[in-house]
Design a protein around this ligand. Structure first.
Ligand code: NI
Length: 141
């Protein structure tokens, strides 16, 4: 069996503030710097969703990428795009909206909906140079 990794990209724009309310102002400034700005700041996020599987003989596809596009739009992008991650997004409530915490949340939202194959990786670019990846709870130590 040949395992192939298929990726769909999506974009969204969102605002956030990195802030730990349990810590002091000085601690937050030291830990988060400009990202602790009380009046928020924005990012143009690039999301990559990778599904692993074997091409289905009748189509040659691991899964229908049009269907994956729709699932990402409905379950992730529609909830995040043009939103404030600290206050608007139910599944990020009470969580510091770092790229790391976002990839974990997006994994758990999408994993149950993947129609064929299995979710392999969530990769999220916060900037062109900074990104985080999550390979799912089976890869947690
Ligand atoms: Ni930021």
């Amino acid at each position: 069996m040949s395992t192939v990794y298929v990726t769909r990209r999506a974009h969204f724009n969102a605002a956030h503030r990195l802030h730990n309310p349990a810590k002091s102002h000085a601690w937050n400034q030291a830990a988060f710097g400009k990202c602790n700005n009380p009046n928020w700041h924005g990012h143009n996020y690039l999301l990559e969703v990778t599904v692993a599987g074997t091409p289905e003989p009748s189509t040659g596809f691991v899964l229908d990428l049009g269907e994956l596009k729709q699932l990402i739009q409905e379950h992730v992008v529609d909830h995040l795009d043009h939103k404030n991650l600290n206050v608007d997004v139910t599944f990020m409530a009470g969580v510091i909206p770092s790229t790391e915490n976002l990839v974990i949340a997006i994994w758990h939202i999408l994993a149950p909906h993947i129609p064929a194959g299995r979710l392999h990786r969530i990769r999220l670019f916060e900037t062109e140079r900074n990104y985080a990846e999550y390979f799912g709870p089976t890869h947690d130590q």
